[in-house]
Structures are given as structure tokens and as C-alpha cells.
Design a protein around this ligand. Structure first.
Ligand SMILES: Cc1ncc(COP(=O)(O)O)c(C=O)c1O
Length: 410
């Protein structure tokens, strides 16, 4: 791709920027004026109630981050040294790290090539095997990736048959529904992130949802230094300072109030990509699935090979466009390699290649900010078409911006 001309684009088009405006500024200013900027303040409970109402969960407990939410949830269900957790192989490391914080072991399960989520049939087989060996795990952690949804109904049904808890990592999929039910509300607990790049942001922050009152009380206790009600500084066990601040909650209230507006902007962006990139050779956009309402947090494409993925990433970068490769599968992370890895791919024995490896090697996320304007999105689309034109030689190009189907040789 060295000889290719690049279209100069300035300023850079980012992957996923926060959508923060006047309403957010007003809420944050009010919070500062109130003096309650730390982990005590009325906006935290308000934010939790709004979040519970939005997701349809009975209880919502705000945390300092999505990672803290997962860790506190694992502690609440009792994950500890000597036990294990089944974790989806294709995800960010923050899904698995809290398992290690608890001193437990990880078992990585491959994804389905369609949903990019944990394969429920594989889960069934692995649970049967671990049960026979007398070492059933304490918890299963499926992940809803990139604004989409895994097959959580079958995962929870399988988990229930074996009597194992499910904690959903829904950190990337606020606003996504399966048959009208919000992701994160299928398992025993669901975890969300409000990091700066997420659908809504509180700067840093997270949320745990559950319908189980005991788990809700337990997790609220753990995230608040395991503080007993009496102010005597006696703590019967170790807790964590995983609380969200009132200042962050102020931002959260403003953002959750605008969530439908943000989701609609994301939907329009996704529709435009889908229409304009349809039929591009060598580029497969994420397939929409029946019954799933994605939040379109990220717009994802699959290339034909790792080489083409790297080439497109480099080309977009040279053109001032930030895109990102998919996560590296957990079983390949240097510090996690010793964990048990289970794949359903028939390539696995020979090539050490599961579906998570394949999707990870070929996937990229392209600019998806709710604030992405049509002008910038057209630049992204043109750059992708231009790259395709040069890389695949399937189209003849009059310029980098205008691409015509190549005429068939007579
Ligand atoms: C899949 C996944 N799990 C967990 C997390 C952790 O969330 P946070 O960054 O809020 O700690 C993230 C966020 O980046 C994520 O993408």
C-alpha cells in the first residue's frame, strides 16, 4: 500500500468520543456548587434509580469503574482462591483480571462466529466435563461485545442446569436489548462501564444491576469498604473503596437523561455505514441478528485476513482516521496463557486457531462517536472504499473519492 495516495484529513477523526454538552455542564456545575463532590451526595442514589429504571433491573449500585463493578460482583457471589470462573475468550482483559484479583483460576471459552459471544453449546460441554471431574466453576462471565449481545438466554439456561452463577459483562452494551429485555439483566448480576469512550460516560465509573436483594446489599457493602452501619470503624471483613463520586453521578444523570438521543445518533451512523459499505469486496460489516437491538456503540468490520486488517488500519491512520483492531483473545495474553482454553473450532488442534483468534485477527472498529457528523463519516467511508479499490483491485477508481465498479473484460 506504500504507493497509494493519501487524502489529507484534519483534524483527526476519533474512534469514540464522549457526547457532552450544555446539560452535562449544568449538572456538574450544580454538583460543584452543592459542595458534595466526593463519594457522599444525593446524586448517586438518583443516578442509580434512573439506571435501574432504564435497564429494568430491580437494583443498581454505582461503582468507580466497570472493572470495579465486575470485581465487586465476583466477591459478592463468593469467588475465591481454589475456585474458577469461565470467561469468554474474546474480550478486553478487564473481564478476566477481577477473577485473578479474587485468587481464582480462569477457563476461557471460545466465541460463536455469529454473535462474537460465548458459545453456549461449548459451555454446556465444558460444564459437563468439569462436573464429571468434580470441579464445577463458581461463575460464568459472558460478554456483550461492541454494543451487541451474546446468546445470553441459552447461556443462563445452561448455567442454571448446572447451578452456576452468571455475571454478565455488559460494559460495552448499554442500550442493547434482546427481545425487549436489556442486556445485563439476564444473569445473577450485570456490569456496566461509563468510561469516556462508552455509550454514556461519567468520566470513570460503572454500575452493577441485579434483581437479587441480598446480592445488591452485599455488593453495596463491599464497595463501601465493608463498612458496618455503626460509625465505630470496626470492619468484619476486607472491603473496597469502589464508590462512584457525586460529581461523576451528576454527569451520569445528565447522560442517562439523553440516552435515547445518543442511541438515535448511533443508529443513524450505523445505518449509513451499512448502506454505504454494502457489497464492498473483502469487507463484511457486523451482521444484524433477529431479536437483537444493538446499541451500535461500535461499528465493526471483518476483513479477509490479518494482513488486510493491518493494511486498512494503516491506511485509515495515514488519512487521519482512528480505527482499532479487535481485542486479542485472552488465551493468548502472555500472563493468562496458562489458563484452560476450550474451542469448538476444528482448526484448533492443528493451527491453534479458535473462532476468537479468527475474528480477532480480522476485525476492526471504525469511528463511531455519537457526535460524528455526516461530513466526517463520508470521509471515513471514502477512505475505506479507496483502500478497497487499491487493495483488492476489484474496482476501477477515477479518484480516491469516486469509485466505480470495474468493467468486465470482454
Ligand atoms: C469488555 C470490557 N470489560 C470491562 C471493562 C472495564 O471497564 P472500565 O474501563 O470502566 O473499568 C471494559 C472497558 O473498557 C470492557 O470493554
Amino acid at each position: 500500500m506504500n504507493k497509494m495516495t493519501t487524502t489529507k484529513i484534519s483534524p483527526r477523526i476519533e474512534l469514540c468520543e464522549p457526547d457532552i454538552g450544555a446539560i452535562e455542564k449544568k449538572w456538574v456545575a450544580n454538583c460543584i456548587a452543592s459542595g458534595f463532590v466526593s463519594s457522599v451526595g444525593p446524586m448517586i442514589a438518583d443516578f442509580e434509580q434512573l439506571f435501574a429504571a432504564y435497564t429494568g433491573a430491580r437494583y443498581a449500585i454505582a461503582t468507580a469503574s466497570g472493572t470495579a463493578a465486575i470485581h465487586a460482583s465476583l466477591r459478592a457471589i463468593g469467588l475465591a482462591a481454589g475456585s474458577s470462573a469461565i470467561v469468554q475468550d474474546l474480550t478486553f482483559v478487564a473481564t478476566a483480571n477481577p477473577v485473578l484479583y479474587c485468587g481464582a483460576e480462569t477457563v476461557f471459552i471460545d466465541i460463536e462466529p455469529t454473535s462474537w459471544g460465548m458459545d453456549p453449546r461449548l459451555l454446556d460441554a465444558v460444564l459437563a466435563r468439569l462436573k464429571r471431574e468434580g470441579r464445577l466453576p463458581s461463575v460464568i462471565i459472558p460478554v456483550h461485545l461492541y454494543g451487541g449481545a451474546c446468546d445470553i438466554a441459552n447461556i443462563t439456561e445452561t448455567a442454571a442446569r448446572f447451578g452456576v452463577c452468571v455475571i454478565e459483562d455488559a460494559t460495552e452494551s448499554l442500550g442493547a436489548y434482546i427481545s425487549g429485555k436489556h442486556v445485563g439483566t439476564f444473569g445473577n448480576m450485570g456490569c456496566f462501564s461509563f468510561n469516556g469512550n462508552k455509550l454514556i460516560t461519567t468520566g470513570c465509573g460503572g454500575m452493577i444491576v441485579t434483581d437479587d436483594r441480598k446480592l445488591a446489599e452485599r455488593v453495596r457493602y463491599l464497595v463501601n469498604q465493608a463498612r458496618d452501619t455503626a460509625a465505630n470503624y470496626i470492619h468484619s471483613e476486607m472491603g473496597f473503596n469502589y464508590r462512584i463520586s457525586n460529581l461523576a453521578a451528576a454527569l451520569g444523570i445528565a447522560q442517562i437523561g439523553r440516552i435515547e438521543d445518543i442511541l438515535e445518533k448511533k443508529r443513524l451512523i450505523a445505518d449509513r455505514y451499512e448502506t454505504d459499505l454494502k457489497g464492498m469486496p473483502g469487507i463484511t460489516p457486523y451482521q444484524r441478528r433477529n431479536g437483537i437491538k444493538s446499541s451500535h456503540w461500535m461499528n465493526s468490520l471483518l476483513l479477509d485476513s490479518r494482513k488486510e486488517r493491518d493494511s486498512l488500519l494503516e491506511y485509515l491512520s495515514l488519512n487521519g482516521i482512528t480505527a482499532r483492531r479487535f481485542f486479542e483473545p485472552l488465551h493468548k495474553q502472555p500472563y493468562l496463557k496458562s489458563g484452560l482454553w476450550v474451542t469448538g473450532s476444528s482448526d484448533a488442534c492443528l493451527a491453534k486457531q479458535g473462532f476468537s483468534d479468527d475474528i480477532s485477527e480480522r476485525g476492526i472498529n471504525i469511528p463511531s462517536s455519537a457526535s460524528l457528523n455526516i461530513h466526517d463519516q463520508n470521509k471515513v467511508i471514502s477512505a475505506i472504499k479507496s483502500w478497497t479499490c487499491h487493495a483488492k483491485q476489484t474496482y476501477s477508481c477515477s479518484s480516491d473519492q469516486e469509485i466505480q465498479p470495474r468493467k468486465k473484460a470482454s
